[in-house]
Structure formats: structure tokens, C-alpha cells
Design a binder for this molecule. Structure first.
Ligand SMILES: *[C@@H]1O[C@H](CO)[C@@H](O)[C@H](O)[C@H]1NC(C)=O
Ligand SMILES: *[C@@H]1O[C@H](CO)[C@@H](O)[C@H](O)[C@H]1NC(C)=O
Length: 346
């Protein structure tokens, strides 16, 4: 009797070990195939940058460090300007005495978060000057009362930014996230660089390995290739997963700075309302992808209501129309449950 119990126990234990190892093994395999951690120093050594080495800025990463970021006090614009004399009208800056490795457009989708915006601008201008980056900060404001469409605002930001300059790199940036480490270079590599790899709200880890929300840097060529974000997600959630799927299916990796460098603090706020049918939309992402994005004439219909060069940022206020009454139907292209589970695997 006793030995039977013991045998039973062994079988249970061995099975548990087997299941555990399988999960770990699957997770490693799954993760490694799409996502890699790379040091910011790789951004300074990109092959295409090396040709024209003379006069290029080289930032000394060892001199940059983790900063104590205050997420509670929002300084006034005058104060921020006073502390950041390098910033020109429109939220523009470039290094003096050397030429920047990349020209970067920072795209911040926005509505009604002035408090967050002040905290963000204060932090970004102070950090980017140390990184010797040439940049312009675009705040893309959605007018009207319809649900927030983050993806479409990103696409608009991308297109509008190109009217201002020949940007190499686009950093798509939530207004409520503050980079903590100056070493987290706001630059692009040849993949898609998920800069916010460790957010305090997520206990400084990536929530699931395919997570691409928060702050992500994508170069111009790759953004065109993936057809930008989807324009279909009205309300919070899933548009970042859709982007992540586009990145991977294009054969690009998601690269991330190590968690000690990709640290961000989130400014607390009431959650936006979630996208209706967000998950269902995401299930059918593949069918929409070829026509839903930058190249979608109807989906990308918008008008610029207001434009101004503010002292610390470029204000582009847009009417993006309203949410279609009916959901697109792509039943034939739904992903399998396995694909879905694999996608959200932690
Ligand atoms: C874009 O939106 C405007 C205003 O809502 C509308 O009149 C126009 O027909 C739309 N254009 C396209 C291509 O959908
Ligand atoms: C941008 O400009 C619009 C129109 O003048 C204004 O209503 C809005 O408050 C401005 N946005 C910011 C962030 O200042």
C-alpha cells in the first residue's frame, strides 16, 4: 500500500516537472524567436551609420544614468523652457558641434492630459539633449468626443511629421510614460525597438513577450513596410498588439533595452474606456492588415484643424472622423485559439 502511494507521488512529481520544463522550454523558444534584448550601445554602431563617420555625434553612455523622476508635480511651460534653452519653437532641438546620428520625430497621441504633457515634456527635453539627438516633438491631438483612436493618431503623426523634415526614426510615445534612464537612447535600429521594456505599473517587466505598447521606435522604411498601425481600434487596447503582429509577420524582431535601462514610470490617471470588440478585431487582424493602415484612404481620412509651433512642442489638432457604425467582418481570416494563446504567452 505504502509503495503504491509512493509510486503515485513520483508519477505526479515527475509529470509536474515535465510540464514545468515544457512550459519553460516553450517560453524560451517562443520568446527568442521574436524578441531580443540589445544594449543601447548597438544603436551607436549600426552599420549604415558608419559610412559617414566624420563629425557625427558620439554619446558617451557611461556618462548617462538613472534619474529620479517626479511623476507628481507638473512644472509650468515657462519653467521647462527656462531649464531647456536648447529647445527651439515647435519643440525642436539638435546637438551643437556635431551632427546627430538620426533625426527623430517623437509622436505623442493626445487628448486632454495637460498635466501629463507638462511632466513628459520636462523630462524628454532634458533627456534628449544629453543623448545628442536631433528631434522634434509632435503632439497629435484628437478633437471631438469619440473614443480615442491611438493607432490612427500615430499614423497621422507619422505623415504630418514628414511634412516637417526628413526624419529617419519615429518614436511613438504615450503621454503618460516617463523614461527613467538617460541611457535609453531614443533611436531606431533595423527592427522595431520597444523602448518601454520595464514599466513600473508592470513591476518593471514586460507583461507578455509580444507587448509593443507604451513607447516604440520604428524607422521610416519599416513603418512603411508594416503599413503603420491599424486605424480600426477606437478606445483603449489591442491596437498595440495588432502592431506587434504586423512587426513579426514582416519578419522584424522586437528589440528591447535591458530592463534596467528600459525603465519607465507611469503617471496615474483614470483608465480610458476599452475598445469595443478589441479582441475580436485583433482575432481578424491578418485579413485587414493589407488595406488597414497608412495606405487606407478611407480609414486615414482626417483634417488638420489647427497647427502651431508652441515653445516646447508642435501642436497638430486633427478631426479624425468618427467610429464606423459596423464592425469589419473578416471571419475567414480569424486566428486560431492556439495562435492567440501563444501571442499572449507571458
Ligand atoms: C472624409 O471625411 C469627410 C468628412 O467626414 C467626408 O466628407 C469625405 O467624403 C471623406 N472622404 C473619404 C475618402 O472617405
Ligand atoms: C492645440 O491647439 C488647439 C487649438 O488651438 C487647442 O485647443 C489645444 O489645447 C492645443 N493643445 C495643447 C496640448 O496645447
Amino acid at each position: 500500500m505504502a509503495s503504491k502511494t509512493k509510486l503515485f507521488k513520483n508519477v505526479i512529481i515527475n509529470s509536474l516537472i515535465f510540464v514545468y520544463l515544457s512550459i519553460v522550454g516553450f517560453s524560451l523558444f517562443n520568446y527568442r524567436s521574436h524578441c531580443v534584448f540589445t544594449s543601447p550601445s548597438t544603436l551607436l554602431r549600426l552599420p549604415h551609420l558608419d559610412k559617414s563617420d566624420n563629425g557625427k555625434c558620439r554619446v558617451d553612455l557611461d556618462k548617462l544614468e538613472l534619474i529620479k523622476v517626479d511623476i507628481f508635480t507638473a512644472p509650468e511651460f515657462d519653467f521647462i523652457l527656462e531649464k531647456n534653452h536648447h529647445v527651439k519653437k515647435g519643440g525642436v532641438s539638435k546637438p551643437v558641434g556635431c551632427s546627430a546620428l538620426q533625426k527623430v520625430a517623437i509622436i505623442v497621441p493626445y487628448r486632454d492630459r495637460l498635466h501629463h504633457l507638462k511632466i513628459l515634456l520636462n523630462r524628454l527635453h532634458a533627456m534628449l539633449v544629453k543623448q545628442l539627438i536631433e528631434y522634434r516633438i509632435f503632439v497629435i491631438e484628437q478633437s471631438g468626443l469619440d473614443k480615442f483612436n491611438r493607432g490612427k493618431l500615430m499614423n497621422i503623426g507619422y505623415l504630418e511629421a514628414l511634412k516637417f523634415g526628413d526624419f529617419d526614426c519615429f518614436v511613438f510615445h504615450d503621454a503618460d510614460l516617463l523614461p527613467e534612464n538617460d541611457q535609453n537612447l531614443y533611436m531606431c535600429d533595423q527592427h522595431a525597438r520597444h523602448l518601454s521594456s520595464a514599466i513600473d505599473e508592470m513591476r518593471y517587466h514586460v507583461m507578455y513577450y509580444n507587448y509593443a505598447g507604451g513607447v516604440i521606435a520604428i524607422n521610416r522604411e519599416n513603418y512603411q513596410r508594416i503599413n503603420g498601425y491599424s486605424n480600426f481600434y477606437w478606445g483603449w487596447g489591442n491596437e498595440d498588439d495588432d502592431l506587434s503582429a504586423r512587426i513579426q509577420e514582416t519578419g522584424l524582431l522586437i528589440t528591447r533595452p535591458p530592463e534596467s535601462i528600459g525603465r519607465f514610470k507611469m503617471v496615474r490617471h483614470a483608465k480610458l474606456s476599452r475598445a469595443e470588440h478589441g479582441n475580436e478585431l485583433f482575432f481578424g487582424w491578418r485579413g485587414r492588415w493589407p488595406e488597414d493602415g497608412l495606405n487606407d484612404i478611407v480609414g486615414m481620412n482626417y483634417t488638420v484643424l489647427h497647427f502651431s509651433d508652441e515653445p516646447l512642442f508642435t501642436n497638430i489638432t486633427v478631426n479624425i472622423g468618427s467610429r464606423p457604425k459596423t464592425m469589419p467582418n473578416h471571419d475567414s481570416t480569424q486566428e486560431s485559439l492556439f495562435w492567440f494563446l501563444k501571442f499572449y504567452y507571458p
